[in-house]
Design a protein around this ligand. Structure first.
Ligand SMILES: [Zn+2]
Length: 161
């Protein structure tokens, strides 16, 4: 089939299997870069404050989704958060069984009115409960690369010394 030919009968559709290389760069944006640099270099988790709506939002974004104000004021997220929702993954994204179940949580923080972080919850599936008090477990500074994986996951506060 050439460019000049048209498909007029959908029962006669054809396809070709090919490998095509694609390069792309997905940037984290100004607010994302601020977030990831603070995480990598200082081990801080930042939210952003909207002075008009008087709310703190996580993850940070450049403009308030409520009032479109440009957001430039960053605030520290409290060290301790709460598990707001949990899920246990037993298969990978292709449906293949995982060697061990993986637990993920949505963690919210006092004083952060909008949003939170979704990450690994470092507990066995049977211990994954909403309301659990957790803290971020960070990678050692020298191992951090400026991605969300600089956080290894969230672990119960009771497990930390
Ligand atoms: Zn706002």
């Amino acid at each position: 089939m050439t460019f000049l030919q048209r498909t007029t009968d959908v029962k006669r559709l054809r396809h070709w299997d090919i490998d095509m290389s694609m390069d792309y760069i997905y940037t984290s944006g100004i607010a994302g870069e601020t977030f990831f640099k603070a995480l990598r270099d200082e081990g801080r988790i930042l939210a952003v404050h909207c002075p008009v709506c008087k709310v703190n939002q996580l993850p940070p974004r450049m403009f308030c989704e409520g009032c479109f104000t440009e957001l430039t004021e960053y605030v520290d997220v409290p060290a301790e958060g709460r598990v707001a929702a949990v899920t246990v993954a037993r298969v990978d994204r292709r449906g293949k069984p995982l060697p061990a179940p993986e637990v993920f949580a949505f963690v919210t923080f006092k004083g952060i009115q909008e949003g939170g972080l979704i990450h690994r919850l470092l507990v066995p599936p049977e211990a994954a409960k909403t309301g659990l008090a957790v803290r971020a477990k960070l990678k050692p500074k020298e191992a951090r690369t400026g991605t969300i994986l600089d956080i290894e996951g969230f672990e119960p506060v009771a497990l930390q010394g």
